[in-house]
Design a binder for this molecule. Structure first.
Ligand code: SF4
Length: 358
């Protein structure tokens, strides 16, 4: 362990006690509530998560309630947060909590880690925050803070560097346990302080070093290299993709289809769509080729843009009438506006419904 772990721990925990945001999941030691917040916070900003977490906890207040909830309900509560596998894994893990642990959330790191969808970071966060155990955490925020504090110039995505960062995180939380400040929650406070510092002060661009509680101890700042750390290699180049998406109407209802099992966004609903190699300029031909339906016309409504991993996706939205004399029975359901609201749609298609069906 490099120099001054006690000084780092003391400065961080003291700062956290005075500057931590008052977030709803910080007012509880319930491991279920903390777990839900940690999963929601992956890839999503705090201010977005707060209303989702509050609604979820009202409707599914414990693992037993989540385990037996209809999957459609779970997806609907998650709608808009994206990465729907996380919601499905939450329910699978809740069912495992009921089956393996009689509904009581396990309190050992190994048992928590065995639950579906829970990796080393999440298990460490739950055990340290709910049970004050000296389990380390390492997410993007903590990687940035530690890489700067200890001036680690190698790429954190490399195995050896990542191992070193985990070791540093572990040494700090173990130091917190030994120093015992504040007496009953030292591990919880230290880990949350690392996350909070990364979120509020040691930000990716323009870190607020002048306001940082560990600035005197920070090796990167001393050398003036904080802005260049962590040294992450360049992300893969982005790829543009185009989809023609059809709002097809029949008798005041709209055609929607449920995505099959085993694909991205499985079981969520969406409007009929087809990928096009270019900006689609003949949507009727695409519909004919994809579903063998002959649309009289497809009126362009506009576009919605969104990203999935490295793909920059443009949905080109067209409005059409179902051919009156068609004998085809399309896969999917004809939904009323009320049904459209109540089913769980993918984020992009929910945006399409909001923008073009209001
Ligand atoms: Fe980050 Fe600056 Fe604090 Fe170092 S001094 S930990 S770079 S905010």
């Amino acid at each position: 362990m490099p120099a001054k772990p006690d000084a780092i721990v003391n400065a961080l925990t003291d700062w956290f006690a005075r500057h931590a945001r008052d977030l709803p999941w910080r007012r509880t030691l319930d491991p279920y509530a903390i777990w839900v917040s940690e999963i929601m916070l992956q890839q999503t900003q705090v201010k977005t998560v707060i209303p989702y977490w509050e609604r979820w906890m009202r409707e599914l207040p414990d693992a037993g309630a989540l385990a037996k909830a209809p999957p459609e309900r779970v997806l609907k509560l998650w709608e808009g947060l994206g990465y729907y596998t996380r919601a499905r894994n939450l329910q699978k893990a809740a069912q495992a909590v009921v089956e393996r642990h009689g509904g009581r959330f396990p309190d050992t790191f190994d048992e928590v880690l065995e639950l579906p969808g829970i990796g080393r970071y999440t298990a460490g966060a739950i055990c340290s925050i709910a049970f004050n155990q000296p389990t380390p955490i390492l997410d993007g925020n903590v990687i940035r803070v530690l890489a700067r504090l200890f001036a680690i110039e190698d790429n954190p995505r490399e195995r050896a560097v990542n191992d070193r960062l985990w070791n540093l995180a572990e040494a700090l939380v173990q130091t917190a346990q030994k120093t015992g400040w504040p007496e009953t929650h030292a591990c919880s406070v230290l880990n949350q302080a690392l996350m909070e510092l990364g979120a509020l002060v040691c930000t990716p661009k323009n870190p607020a070093c002048d306001a940082c509680p560990v600035s005197r101890l920070c090796a990167a700042r001393r050398r003036g290299i904080q802005e260049s750390l962590p040294n992450l290699d360049q992300r893969a180049e982005t790829t543009a993709r185009h989809f023609a998406t059809f709002l097809i109407q029949r008798d005041g209802r709209w055609l929607a289809q449920q995505r099959p099992a085993g694909v991205v966004n499985a079981h969520l609903w969406e409007f009929p769509n087809v990928e096009s190699a270019h900006i689609p300029n003949d949507p009727c031909a695409l519909a004919k080729a994809q579903w063998n339906i002959t649309l009289a016309a497809a009126d362009p409504m506009g576009t919605i843009k969104h990203s999935i991993t490295r793909y920059r996706i443009t949905q080109h939205v067209f409005r059409a009438q179902w051919p009156a004399r068609s004998r085809l029975d399309p896969a999917g359901r004809w939904l009323t506006p009320g049904e459209l609201d109540s089913l769980a749609f993918t984020s992009a298609h929910r945006k399409i419904a909001r923008k073009f069906l209001r």
